[in-house]
Design a protein around this ligand. Structure first.
Ligand code: C2E
Ligand code: CA
Ligand code: CA
Length: 334
């Protein structure tokens, strides 16, 4: 007879895996688990002399089913929206802090659902990341953003420095081996130099570091600039910073919100800026909403600022009006 060994799987190990599973699989496993648990508890109650007849928690099962179906519905609606060109791409200006001129834009996807109204980017991007829809959604955004920045460039030929376009790239796209060459093809098709395109990657998501480093190197060899998005909210380990050869760091807006809390948060901010500068990275500060925040960025010699003080994300037509009549944000002064 062979030996039997027992391996203990903790609840955390199990739930962590379930939470990462496909939404439909998750739904099925949760329903099964719920039925098992309620069965178990009714057996326990029976042995303890209880009288409960509730074997299945219908309410909970119903909730899981509703949630799963809602998601499936949204997912197929997103697929349709993509097929019917119902996704929009808006552009948020990014300011050069020293000159107070627009330096570039970040492309942000928008989905106006015909019945539900606008669906937040955070929500539908997360949904498309869960399914693999992010790959076609990402290419759609890339195609639109390249097409539109080519139009913007044609309108702003007299500028000393051409305006750049920043585009979000999610972990699944990094894992897609064809992504970078497709991006290069799209840029070429629109007559754009790749160094005018910044690919924003997020540190927080479960990225394989070695794979990411290789990807960043390849992207930069093709001429793309690479930005670390939401900088400071992920692990930001010093080891990662040392190994990841990105061009730009976008300091997350939570650090800007913290500035008002006092000298300690301002010191922390200064420290982050000086570390990034030592590493030779350009700095974009996100979430600038007030004049005094902008002045502080100027005093710290940050390169770029993005936020509602300048403008939210706007459609191409408004971008063209804006670049023809740039807003007057004054010279940097403290
Ligand atoms: P993100 O990449 O960090 O983009 C910046 C977000 O901050 C945008 O939210 C923008 O509208 C918002 N924002 C800009 N300035 C301010 C400000 O001054 N104050 C505040 N409170 N918020 C500001 P949005 O457009 O809702 O996008 C949310 C997230 O969805 C993005 O965060 C990005 O992670 C993701 N996302 C959007 N479009 C795409 C896309 O095309 N591809 C991918 N992979 N992700 C995208
Ligand atoms: Ca971004
Ligand atoms: Ca960000």
């Amino acid at each position: 007879m062979g030996e039997t060994s027992l391996t203990i799987i903790t609840r955390n190990q199990f739930t962590e895996r379930i939470s990462k599973a496909d939404s439909i699989l998750r739904l099925l496993v949760n329903v099964l688990l719920e039925r098992y648990r309620s069965g178990l508890s009714s057996v326990k109650q029976h042995h303890a002399g209880g009288t409960s007849s509730e074997i299945i928690s219908d309410r909970l099962v119903g909730e899981y089913v509703r949630h799963g179906i809602d998601k499936m519905r949204l997912e197929s609606e997103l697929k349709n929206a993509l097929a019917n060109n119902q996704l929009e791409v808006l552009y948020q200006p990014i300011l050069n802090v020293a000159t107070r001129r627009i330096a570039g834009f970040e492309a942000l996807a928008r989905w106006e659902h015909p019945e539900r109204g606008p669906i937040s980017a955070a929500l539908f991007i997360a949904l498309s990341e869960e399914t693999s829809l992010i790959v076609p959604v990402g290419l759609y955004v890339l195609e639109r953003a390249c097409r539109d920045v080519a139009v913007i460039q044609a309108e702003t030929q007299d500028l000393d420095e051409p305006l750049y376009m920043s585009i979000n790239v999610s972990a699944l796209q990094i894992a897609d081996p064809g992504f970078l060459s497709k991006a290069q093809e799209i840029a070429e098709k629109h007559g754009l130099a790749t160094d005018l395109i910044r690919l924003e990657i997020t540190e927080g998501i479960a990225l394989d570091l070695d794979q990411t480093i290789e990807w960043v190197q390849e992207a930069r060899q093709m001429g793309f600039k690479v930005a670390l998005d939401d900088f400071g909210t992920g692990f930001s380990s010093l080891d990662t910073m040392h190994r990841l050869p990105a061009d730009v760091a976008k300091i997350d807006r939570t650090f800007i919100e913290m500035l008002a809390e006092g000298p300690r948060s301002r010191d922390l901010f200064r420290g982050i800026v000086s570390m990034l500068k030592t590493l030779g990275m350009q700095i974009v500060v996100e979430g600038i909403e007030t004049r005094s925040q902008l002045e502080f960025m100027w005093a710290l010699d940050c390169d770029y600022a993005q936020g509602y003080l300048m403008s939210p994300a706007i459609p191409l037509d408004d971008v063209l009006v804006l670049v023809r009549n740039p807003p007057d944000l004054g010279e940097g002064s403290v």
